[in-house]
Design a protein around this ligand. Structure first.
Ligand SMILES: [Zn+2]
Length: 169
């Protein structure tokens, strides 16, 4: 084939391919995402997590709430399955009390100059989306961070997390 992928060093001079534009827009969107670090906010989120955990009221379908692209403000396509993801490629919600299969959808930007894949970011619910494969509760991150603070090696932090999860499941 004549078309070859542009390398990063020549990206400025060569015309990027459509899929490369989409990839860059998506990456830019992801890099713009941060978790607000505010003690009160985190506390209120941890309360919400507990409520959903205890009542077992977590959603089973996750899809982006925004109707316009967060990158270029173009109206988005309807929520859909992520391109290239097979139907048996499951997604899971993981909290201290629950481990369940969920459906995670994306919304694509139809703009040819952007094409960003808008992913669901349910941070207000205390959940972090990891590549549409895992929706993990912030509580679990806080747990791992606390282990690290106490200078426990990553391995020990994860072991501790796993045993906590197993005890509670
Ligand atoms: Zn866009």
């Amino acid at each position: 084939a004549l078309s070859t992928a542009t390398t990063s060093s020549t990206a400025t001079s060569a015309t990027p391919t459509l899929s490369e534009i989409c990839r860059q827009s998506t990456v830019k969107l992801l890099l713009d995402k941060t978790i607000p670090y505010d003690e009160e906010y985190i506390k209120s989120i941890l309360c919400k997590i507990k409520e959903n955990d205890v009542r077992n009221t977590w959603p089973v379908v996750f899809e982006p709430e925004n109707a316009v692209c967060e990158n270029c403000s173009h109206e988005l396509e309807l929520p859909t399955q992520r391109k290239g993801k097979s139907l048996d490629d499951m997604s899971y919600l993981i909290t201290f009390l629950h481990f369940k299969q969920v459906s995670v959808k994306v919304r694509y930007c139809p703009s040819k100059e952007c094409g960003a894949m808008n992913m669901v970011m349910p941070i207000n619910q205390g959940l972090i989306n990891i590549a549409d494969k895992m929706i993990v509760s912030l509580e679990i991150f806080v747990h791992v961070r606390n282990c690290m603070k106490n200078e426990a090696p990553v391995r020990t932090a994860l072991d501790s997390l796993m045993s906590t999860l197993m005890l509670k499941s």
